[in-house]
Write a protein that binds this ligand. Structure first.
Ligand code: HEC
Ligand code: HEC
Ligand code: HEC
Ligand code: HEC
Ligand code: HEC
Ligand code: HEC
Ligand code: HEC
Ligand code: HEC
Ligand code: HEC
Ligand code: HEC
Ligand code: HEC
Length: 417
């Protein structure tokens, strides 16, 4: 069997190698004589088949220059058989098939429900395939979710295969990336920008684009600035050194409900950062003990002027991220750290113009048992007692007042008759 090697483009660097199968050259116009006629459908023995092929749309597709018979290789005559073999895209796109077969989807071929495996045509279509970069492609950022939804929005399929994600479609269409895609913006992150194109793998696989250790590279493709900052952080270093407790991008942003910090419902909104993002880890005794870190960071913050003012609804005060940063979080000893003694004046100065070095060095995380903390808790105790005493006296005063006045009214009624 003769195999022709066609290399794409004139340049030496072709995206993929096309190895075409043997086929008989029959002009497409001969096939269109029958197949471009809508009435052909009446001749179908299998009514689920769509025998009509739109000549104009096919000619404008990425495969418009191919002979029909290059895909339908068993058609050797215009007077062809009825039962033809399935088209093998891999005859020309061998790499694509290899990647699919190595992916989480390909594994389905070997499992109990091989019919749940998405085929090339499930994701790309058949006759009117466009270049992926073209917004008319089924796999372009703006259309992709509709295809994945067929299966990943199908509760019975999710259950049958025990798929890990909780409603990825429902959440994605409401998040920044999904909304951007729906608005027709090609820069939006589609499913495949995070999951990879053909080689999608579960997050537990170390080669997966969504594995904790690879996520910075995946998101960093589009969010360079934040990723650069994150990569110098203690959190990123800790992950790289093999401790899986430190946060990756999705621990703070989630993955399918990513919303802007300007949305008050976002965990990254200024008022939520301390409580919803940093606290679950930094107040966990089990976790902090493992790294020799103090667990009182959260309570000491909550009892500080900033923490108290935040609870009182003042959103402009400092949250954990205002002093530590959110991406380039570093220990005090690191000269690049926002809490390094040399940088503190600048850090506080963001909100306290003219913050002196003395001011900046005032203790933020007051620790139980220290002198400052004792003074603080003394003031708190006195304050609480004062409240009881004031309210108590008020109650006594009001009751007496009521008693005297009601007595007065009664005597007035008596004598007034
Ligand atoms: C004389 C009209 C005519 C011409 C010319 C013709 N076809 Fe068909 N083709 C049909 C009809 C009718 C059917 C439906 C057969 C059925 O369902 O029983 C069909 C079915 C098909 C099918 C589906 C077969 C299947 O497995 O169910 C393919 C693929 C196909 N044609 C490709 C081609 C190609 C490629 C050419 C050009 C080389 C071509 N046809 C030329 C009439 C034609
Ligand atoms: C890029 C490959 C490709 C080319 C080129 C191509 N087809 Fe197809 N065609 C397919 C695929 C894929 C199917 C779906 C069935 C299958 O997998 O075999 C299909 C199915 C069909 C069917 C049956 C429809 C159905 O619902 O099963 C007809 C008829 C048909 N093709 C006609 C044509 C004609 C006519 C041309 C040329 C104008 C053509 N095809 C060119 C890939 C191709
Ligand atoms: C689960 C959906 C899915 C399936 C199944 C699928 N693809 Fe794709 N394909 C994609 C996505 C998404 C992209 C875009 C990838 C990217 O941007 O890196 C793509 C890109 C491509 C490209 C262009 C880029 C490249 O990798 O060369 C070709 C060609 C292609 N697919 C062919 C195929 C063939 C052939 C098959 C069947 C063996 C197939 N695809 C199966 C989703 C799919
Ligand atoms: C006879 C060889 C051949 C067959 C069979 C074939 N293709 Fe292609 N395909 C090509 C060629 C050639 C190109 C590139 C055309 C170009 O870049 O101008 C291409 C391009 C593509 C692209 C666009 C890649 C990009 O850069 O975005 C996709 C997607 C694709 N094919 C999918 C398929 C699918 C799905 C099938 C099976 C239904 C299939 N192809 C069958 C030859 C083939
Ligand atoms: C035809 C149905 C079908 C389509 C279409 C489909 N998938 Fe899947 N997908 C599955 C099934 C079934 C599994 C479960 C495989 C397993 O666990 O063995 C799966 C698994 C996955 C997984 C891994 C889940 C896990 O728990 O590890 C990801 C990620 C994924 N698909 C993403 C996508 C994306 C993105 C698209 C769209 C480009 C898509 N899929 C299109 C059926 C589909
Ligand atoms: C911004 C990146 C991003 C986008 C866009 C995205 N995902 Fe995900 N997805 C992830 C991450 C990260 C995980 C892993 C979560 C974890 O570690 O538990 C995930 C998990 C999944 C899983 C479970 C797989 C597993 O191994 O846990 C499925 C299924 C899935 N996503 C499908 C989709 C589909 C379908 C789309 C498009 C509608 C989509 N995702 C869009 C990042 C993304
Ligand atoms: C394909 C590119 C791409 C990928 C990959 C991607 N994003 Fe995005 N993301 C965007 C675009 C475009 C926007 C909207 C424009 C903007 O504000 O930057 C956006 C917006 C955001 C926003 C909100 C920004 C704002 O100001 O509203 C966050 C947070 C975000 N992405 C986080 C992530 C995370 C985390 C990942 C990885 C799990 C990720 N993104 C992967 C392109 C991407
Ligand atoms: C420790 C938690 C944390 C981690 C880890 C993290 N982020 Fe963020 N990120 C935040 C917070 C909080 C904000 C809002 C900060 C602010 O107010 O400016 C933010 C802001 C952003 C923004 C701008 C969003 C907006 O709404 O304006 C993008 C984009 C972003 N992060 C991407 C990433 C990427 C990509 C990664 C991984 C490389 C990552 N983040 C890791 C907490 C985190
Ligand atoms: C998913 C859990 C998690 C989240 C969320 C998280 N951290 Fe951490 N953080 C850790 C772990 C674990 C370490 C210790 C890493 C190590 O030492 O290897 C750490 C280390 C630190 C350190 C360095 C301490 C030192 O002396 O080395 C600072 C400062 C810090 N985190 C602040 C924050 C801030 C501020 C936030 C919120 C914006 C935050 N963290 C969110 C788990 C988390
Ligand atoms: C107003 C600024 C400010 C706020 C708000 C703040 N911190 Fe701190 N944090 C500091 C300073 C300054 C230090 C270093 C001096 C010290 O240990 O008291 C520090 C130390 C730490 C350390 C130990 C780091 C090291 O290298 O020793 C951790 C962990 C930490 N803070 C976590 C948090 C968490 C979690 C929050 C929010 C609940 C928070 N911080 C809120 C300023 C702040
Ligand atoms: C994001 C802005 C922001 C940052 C950064 C910040 N603060 Fe504040 N701080 C405030 C606001 C707003 C108040 C007023 C709270 C109120 O209304 O009770 C305040 C109040 C205070 C107070 C109470 C007395 C006063 O001046 O009102 C002290 C002391 C203080 N901050 C110290 C610091 C120190 C030290 C740092 C640096 C380690 C720092 N702050 C960083 C916003 C910030």
């Amino acid at each position: 069997m003769k195999k022709i090697l066609i290399c794409l483009g004139i340049s030496l660097s072709c995206a993929f190698t096309i190895k075409a199968q043997d086929f008989v050259e029959i002009e497409n116009s001969e096939c269109f004589d029958c197949h471009n006629d809508p009435e052909i459908q009446e001749d179908a023995t299998d009514s689920t088949q769509v025998l009509f092929v739109d000549e104009e749309k096919f000619t404008n597709s990425i495969h418009g220059d191919l002979y029909c018979t290059e895909c339908h290789t068993d058609v050797t005559d215009t007077d062809h058989e009825e039962d033809l073999a399935k088209v093998k895209c891999a005859n020309c796109h061998e790499d694509s098939e290899e990647d699919i077969m190595a992916s989480v989807h390909g594994r389905l071929a070997m499992q109990e429900y091989p019919e749940d495996l998405p085929k090339c045509s499930t994701c790309h279509g058949t006759h009117y395939i466009a270049e992926v970069a073209d917004t008319s492609s089924w796999m372009s950022s703006v259309n992709q979710v509709k295809v994945c939804k067929q299966c990943h929005g199908d509760a019975s399929m999710i259950k049958r295969h025990n798929i890990a994600a909780e409603s990825p479609i429902e959440n994605y269409i409401k998040d920044v990336h999904g909304k951007l895609a729906a608005s027709g913006d090609e820069n939006a992150a589609a499913c495949s920008n995070c999951h990879g194109g053909h080689k999608m793998l579960p997050h537990t696989d170390p080669n997966s684009t969504i594995n904790r250790l690879n996520l910075a590279t995946t998101c960093g493709e589009c969010h360079e600035e934040q990723t650069e900052q994150y990569l110098i952080s203690k959190h990123a270093k800790s992950l790289q050194e093999g401790s899986l407790d430190a946060p990756a991008c999705n621990d703070c942003h989630l993955e399918h409900h990513i919303i802007s910090k300007n949305d008050p419902m976002s965990p990254t909104a200024t008022v939520n950062v301390s409580l919803q993002i940093c606290s679950p880890c930094h107040a966990s005794e089990r976790l902090m003990n493992r790294y020799g870190l103090l667990t009182d960071r959260v309570t000491s913050y909550e009892n500080s002027y900033h923490g108290l003012a935040l609870r009182g609804g003042k959103a402009t005060v400092a949250n954990c991220g205002s002093c530590h940063g959110v991406h380039a979080v570093l220990p005090e000893s690191d000269p690049r750290s926002m809490i390094n003694p040399n940088n503190l004046a600048a850090t506080c100065g963001e909100c306290h113009p003219n913050a002196s070095e003395n001011f900046a060095n005032s203790k933020i995380h007051l620790i139980a048992g220290t002198q400052e903390m004792n003074v603080l808790s003394l003031v708190e105790q006195v304050y609480i007692w004062l409240i009881f005493i004031v309210i108590g006296f008020m109650l006594v005063h009001n009751s007496l007042d009521f008693y005297i006045k009601s007595k007065h009214i009664r005597s007035q009624r008596y004598y007034g008759r």
